[in-house]
Design a protein around this ligand. Structure first.
Ligand SMILES: C[S@@+](CC[C@H](N)C(=O)[O-])C[C@H]1O[C@@H](n2cnc3c(N)ncnc32)[C@H](O)[C@@H]1O
Length: 279
């Protein structure tokens, strides 16, 4: 495997925190990341990496994947990856896409392992979740904890519900700052998301996400009052019809006590009877 410090030296760069550049330099962490896919027998025929940096993780992904596509926004880093991995590119094993991961067309990948740029990690995660592929993603620790949080905990919120709706999510490893060059301000954590059928299917995903967001703006209120008070956010034109149709034990709860499947069932009911403005 290529030495991560050697890659940084050859690239002639210093990670720029203002551009979300923190390169992994701990070999043990780099070696472990792909195993979170192989230990669940995920399909590694085409791996996607968002934010390739100097290629230390790319190198590990090439060792387990038939094909790898890496997206990198920084022009100099993308050029370095093309030079460093010229052989793998010629062999058709690696594709380097220079561009913003929020805008570029993504390939038809089978799984992703990525040390995400923290500034846009949430947007990238919610671009990847609907693809319904196994994901091993590194985030800021606090963000990862909110993703995996269970109901009735202080970390549980909109992020937990919207993530857990798509996949079984677990926090598989916390990573100290020293594993990176330059070290980020906060600790990181890796989550593994394995897609599954939602516990309760919703007809309109966008409305579901908007409804969850609306109810969590009033997390201290009962669901009954939150539905009424947040119609301007959820877009419900008939919130009272939803209150009339919902079960009393749901209406008495607060958002923090509602499991993701409870939210999905309520969102589906609201979609059917509450006349959302975009229906
Ligand atoms: C945290 S570093 C990870 C680098 C490398 N994968 C590693 O683990 O050492 C994130 C990388 O994403 C790139 N990046 C930042 N914003 C991006 C975006 N919107 N789209 C694609 N890449 C981005 C940065 O230039 C940086 O190389």
């Amino acid at each position: 495997m290529r030495d991560p410090d050697g890659l940084i030296a050859r690239a002639g760069v210093r990670g720029d925190p203002d551009r979300d550049q923190h390169f992994l330099v701990d070999d043990r962490v780099l070696d472990r990341l792909p195993t979170y896919l192989t230990e669940i027998d995920a399909d590694t025929s085409h791996l996607l990496e968002i934010g390739g940096g100097t290629g230390a993780l790319t190198d590990r992904l090439l060792a387990i994947g038939d094909e790898v596509t890496v997206v990198e926004r920084d022009r100099d880093l993308a050029a370095f990856l093309r030079e460093e991995f010229a052989e793998e590119i010629d062999a058709g094993e690696l594709t380097v896409i220079e561009g913003d991961a929020l805008d570029v067309d993504l390939p038809d990948f089978s799984a992703s392992v990525s040390n995400l740029p923290y500034g846009v990690s949430s947007e990238i995660a919610f671009r990847l979740f609907p693809e319904e592929k196994p994901l091993v993603l590194m985030f800021q620790q606090e963000f990862a904890e909110r993703m995996v949080a269970e109901s009735d905990t202080s970390e549980y919120g909109r992020l937990s519900v919207s993530s857990q709706h798509y996949a079984d999510i677990e926090l598989v490893e916390s990573i100290p700052k020293e594993a990176f060059s330059p070290p980020p301000a906060v600790q990181s954590a890796v989550i593994r998301a394995v897609p599954r059928e939602p516990d309760y299917a919703v007809e309109d995903e966008d409305f579901f996400l908007r409804f969850v967001k609306a109810l969590f703006t009033q997390r201290r209120k009962t669901i009954r009052n939150a539905i009424r008070n947040t119609a301007h956010i959820s877009g419900l034109e008939q919130p009272e019809a939803v209150v009339d149709a919902a079960e009393e034990d749901v209406l008495r709860k607060r958002a923090g006590a509602m499991a993701p499947a409870d939210f999905a069932a309520l969102a589906q009911l609201a979609w059917e009877v509450g006349e959302p403005d975009d229906r």
